[in-house]
Design a protein around this ligand. Sequence first.
Ligand code: GLY
Length: 375
Amino acid sequence: MSKAINTGSLESNPFADYHKRALDKIVRRAHRDKVGYFHATTEGTYLQVDKWFWTTGFWPGLMRLALNESTDEVCFNAAKEVEDEIFSLLRTDDFYELHHDVGFQFLPTSVLRYKQTGSCEAKRRGIIAAQLLAARFNVASNVIEAWNVPNRRGCSIIDSMMNIPLLFWASETTGDKRYYNCAVRHIESVLKHFIRDDFTVHHIVQFDQTSGEYVKALGGQGYSADSVWSRGQSWMIYGLAIASRYTGNQHYKDIARIIADRFLDLNGPHGVPPWDFSVPESHLAPRDSSSAAIVACGLIALGELGDYRARSQAENIIMQLSQEVACFEDCQDGLLLRATSDKPNEVHVSDSLIYGDYFYFEALQKLSGIGPHCW
Ligand code: GLY
C-alpha cells in the first residue's frame, strides 16, 4: 500500500503557486458543493448529472487528491459519500448503465481510498469493479467491449485504455493473473487495430461480436472516423505509459512515446490543442484543455519510466495551461477553462470538464512529488 509522499518542496518549484491555488480552490469548492455528480460547466457552473454517468468519480477523486496533502474533514466525508452512492448503483437498475467506465468511476474513488488508507471496504469495492470490467472481455475479439446497448455490441473505444489500470491494480492487489491477462490481451488488440500508419489513433473500433473479426473504425466525439480527435490521442498515451509501468513492457512505452511525439508535432507551439487536429483551420477551432492535461500526465508517467525528455515536455504543457487557461478564483467552478466534450453534437464546447480539472491537479501534484495516485 502506498503512503502519501511529499518529496518536493512547494516553495522551490515553478508550479508551487499554481499548485497551492488549485488545492485551495478544490477545498473551497468542497465546502460549497460537497456531495455532487459532475461532468461539465455551463456558464462557469458545474451542473449535476446522473450518478451513473461516466465522469462522476472525478469530483470525489479531486477531493481525494486534496487529501494527499490536507486533512480537511469536509473533503474526506464528501468523497466517501459520493463513492458510497456510486457503489450503491450496483444494487439498483442503474447497474445496467455501468459499462467500461467503471475504471473512471472506481479508480479515483475506492482504489485511491484504498491506496491512501488501506481500507478493506475500499479494496473490496475496487475488486468488484474490476470483476465487472473483466467480464466485458470478449474472448472472440480479445477486447474489453465498451457498452451494453445492443447497437454498440462488439465496439471497443480508445478511452478504455485509462480503465484498464483497474485490471492491473486488481491483479497486483490480489495476485490473480486473470485481470492482468485480460488487460494485456486488450492492449495487444488496441495496438493492432487502433493505431494508424501515421501513429495517430482511432476513437472507436467495431468487431464482429461472434467471430471477433475487425469490422470498421467509427467516429465518436471526433470530427470523423478518420480524424485525429485530441482526447483520444491523450487517453492512449497515458494508458500505454501506465500499462508499461505495470507490465515492464518497453514496447508499450516506445509506442506511447511515438504517439506523444505525433501529438506534440501536430500541436506545434500551442499549449492547448484544438478539439480535433483534423478540422479545417484547426488553429481557429475550439480548444480542449482536458486533452493537454491528460497528455501531460502521460508524459510525466513516461518520465518516471526514464524518459527525461518527457518530463520537461510535461512541465511546458502544465506551465502553459497554468498561464493560459487555469482559473484559480471562484468566479468559475472549473480549474481549467476551454475544454471541449463533444463538438459534433455541440455539447460542452469551451467549458470546464471535471476530468480536465482532475488530470491538471494530478499533474501538479506529481510535479511536486505528492501522491499516491489512482492509476
Ligand atoms: N468519451 C469520453 C471522453 O469524452 O473522453
